[in-house]
Design a protein around this ligand. Structure first.
Ligand code: PLP
Length: 353
């Protein structure tokens, strides 16, 4: 606490990112990064990147990247906003569309950045309780709300909400902005992206960090009706004109082009997710059905915290949320390569013995 802080600083509850490994040889399954490198087209693009161009600011409107995303999503460029990671895109979304006078709503078990943004932007919020199987119950969303947000698939549970249910939320709450955070969308059954054509209140956010293996480049985007996108640009231009740097844009354009590589990585991760899920279930774990690149698990006989410590001693990092809530005994484990999954299963077997 410093006497120089503004009133709000002391009140904030900053998000705590998962730790980054400091030594080689650590198997990092704690922050849902992709286990595989980005497409070779990205390496190629970096090789041909002219460092001299860094003298100049990047395009503040990221027109090339927005055009490529619009083509991919079958939308217009006016329907696309890009930012510095989907976290930044989400922050602008909270600022641009959520109301102060009634609570913003999201599931009680969800991405912990949402309450952090509410604090930052002085928004009140209400949590919609997931049921005992961690399913989202859209019928519990109050008619009066300051905005609705949920990840699909949800994080940290990995559970996917059916497209038809997402559509129902959008149509039923036509006076609220409904934000569908698809950071893990490429690993799920179906994206809700095309709902933005039909519903003027829908925003879908997506990330280059997970499926495209570009977490280090910090890129994310939002899809929505053109008035909402204009709202996001009004916020962006009141905050930082140049959130997407030149090198990041080149990497994203290259990654977007290589659909074959993207699909092969997604396929491998889905296969390893199945191996991991079955392997852990055979060891007595409760493993929620995940449609993301991670699984959410607990074991009756051994506390999640002890497990995370024992795994760390074996150079494997997983995410443990030290919260005295019903997820207090769960671990979130990123799906690694097949080899990493085997190493994790062998370590779990040893620990449980
Ligand atoms: C649900 C969810 N949304 C958004 C993000 C942010 O992703 P990024 O800022 O890397 O695009 C994450 C990151 O882990 C996430 O889990």
């Amino acid at each position: 606490m410093s006497k120089y802080w503004s009133d709000i600083v002391g009140e904030l509850q900053p998000y705590k990112p998962g730790e980054q490994a400091t030594s080689d040889g650590v198997i990092k399954l704690n922050t849902n990064e992709n286990a595989y490198p980005p497409s070779p087209t990205v390496e190629e693009a970096i090789k041909f990147f002219s460092s001299g161009s860094l003298r100049l600011y990047p395009d503040p409107m990221s027109l090339r990247l927005r055009t490529a995303i619009a083509d991919l999503e079958n939308l217009g460029i006016d329907n696309v906003f890009v930012g510095n990671g989907s976290d930044e895109v989400l922050a602008h979304t909270f600022r641009a569309f959520f109301k102060n006078d009634v609570p913003v709503v999201f599931p009680d078990v969800t991405y912990s950045f949402y309450p952090t943004y509410c604090k930052l932007f002085n928004l009140s919020y209400g949590e919609i309780p997931l049921d005992d199987d961690f399913q989202f119950r859209p019928e519990l969303i109050p008619a009066r709300n300051g905005g609705i947000i949920f990840p699909n698939p949800n994080a940290p549970t990995g559970i996917y909400l059916d497209y038809s249910e997402v559509e129902l939320i959008a149509s039923k709450h036509a006076d609220s902005v409904v934000v569908i955070d698809e950071a893990y969308g490429e690993f799920g059954t179906r994206s809700s992206a095309d709902l933005v054509k039909k519903y003027p209140n829908v925003v879908v956010t997506r990330s280059f960090s997970k499926s495209y293996s570009l977490a280090g480049a910090r890129l994310g985007y939002a899809l929505a009706n053109k008035d909402l996108i204009e709202g996001l640009y009004r916020i962006k231009d009141s905050f930082n004109s140049y959130p997407v740097d030149r090198l990041a844009e080149v990497c994203a354009l290259a990654a977007l082009r290589d659909r074959t590589y993207l699909n092969s990585v997604i396929k491998k991760i889905k296969e390893s997710r199945e191996t991991l899920t079955n392997g852990l279930r055979n060891l007595g774990f409760r493993v929620l059905n995940s449609e993301a690149n991670f699984v959410f698990v607990s074991h009756e006989k051994i506390m999640a915290e002890s497990l995370s410590v024992a795994l760390r001693e074996r150079d494997i990092l997983v995410r443990y949320f030290s919260k005295p809530t019903r997820i207090g005994n769960f671990l979130r484990i990123t799906v690694g390569t097949e080899q990493q999954v085997q190493k994790l299963l062998a370590s779990m077997t040893e620990i449980l013995r």
